[in-house]
Write a protein that binds this ligand. Structure first.
Ligand code: ASP
Length: 200
C-alpha cells in the first residue's frame, strides 16, 4: 500500500498544470434541497462552478478544463470513452501537464476508468473522481474528493500507477475497483486486494 502524504506546495509562478475533464454525474448534480440525497436531478453544475467551489485547488495547480459531457454515467459510452482516451493521451504528452482528473458519475465509473487504464498512453496520473452526494447536499463529499484528486494527480508517488479512482480519501486502481453500495460514501472497494493508497 502506498500512502500519498501530500502534494508539493509550490510558489504561484511555478504551479504545474492539471487537466480537468468533466463528464457529469452526482458530483455535478443539484437537488431541490440539502436533504435530497437521492433522485436529485434538479440541476447541473458547470465545470467552472465546480472549481470555484474549491478555491484551495488554485494554490496547487493551474487547472485547464475540458467539458466532455454533463450527464449521468449510465449515458456515458463509446463516444465519451474515445474522446477521453484520445485527449488524455495528447494532453498528458505536454511537458507542462503533470496529470489529469476526470469527473464521472459513480454508477459506471469503474467501466470508464478501466477503459482508460487500457487505452491512455502515459505514465502520468489520471484520477477519476466522483461523489456519492450531490453538490447541494448537506455533508457533500464532492469538494474534498476533487481536492484530493488534484493532490493525487500532482503526487510523484502516483506516477506509473495507471488510472486511479478516488472517493472517500481512498485511492483505487482502475484495474480492480468496483462500486459496492448504492449510496454509502465508502462504496468503492477492491475486493481481495484493497486500495493502493490514501489521500491523507
Ligand atoms: N447516477 C449517478 C451517475 O452515475 C450516480 C453517481 O454519480 O453517483 O451518474
Amino acid at each position: 500500500v502506498t500512502t500519498l502524504l501530500s502534494a508539493p506546495l509550490l510558489p504561484a509562478q511555478a504551479l504545474p498544470t492539471v487537466k480537468l475533464f468533466t463528464t457529469g454525474g452526482t458530483i455535478q448534480s443539484k437537488g431541490a434541497h440539502r436533504l435530497k440525497l437521492s433522485n436529485y436531478s434538479d440541476g447541473k453544475v458547470q465545470p467552472a462552478e465546480l472549481l470555484a467551489d474549491v478555491p484551495e485547488i488554485a494554490k496547487l495547480a493551474t487547472m485547464e478544463i475540458v467539458e466532455i459531457s454533463n450527464k449521468g454515467s449510465p449515458s456515458i459510452g463509446a463516444p465519451e470513452h474515445l474522446a477521453l482516451a484520445k485527449q488524455l493521451t495528447a494532453e498528458l504528452a505536454r511537458p507542462d501537464v503533470a496529470g489529469a482528473v476526470v469527473t464521472h458519475g459513480t454508477s459506471n465509473l469503474e467501466e470508464t476508468a478501466y477503459f482508460l487504464q487500457l487505452t491512455v498512453k502515459s505514465d502520468k496520473p489520471v484520477i477519476v473522481v466522483g461523489a456519492m452526494r450531490p453538490y447541494t447536499a448537506i455533508s457533500r463529499d464532492g469538494p474534498l474528493n476533487l481536492y484530493n484528486a488534484v493532490r493525487t494527480a500532482l503526487a510523484p508517488e502516483a506516477r506509473g500507477k495507471g488510472v486511479m479512482v478516488l472517493l472517500n480519501d481512498t485511492i483505487h486502481s482502475a484495474r480492480f475497483v468496483t462500486k459496492n453500495h448504492t449510496y454509502h460514501v465508502e462504496t468503492f472497494v477492491d475486493r481481495e486486494l484493497g486500495p493502493i493508497g490514501y489521500a491523507d
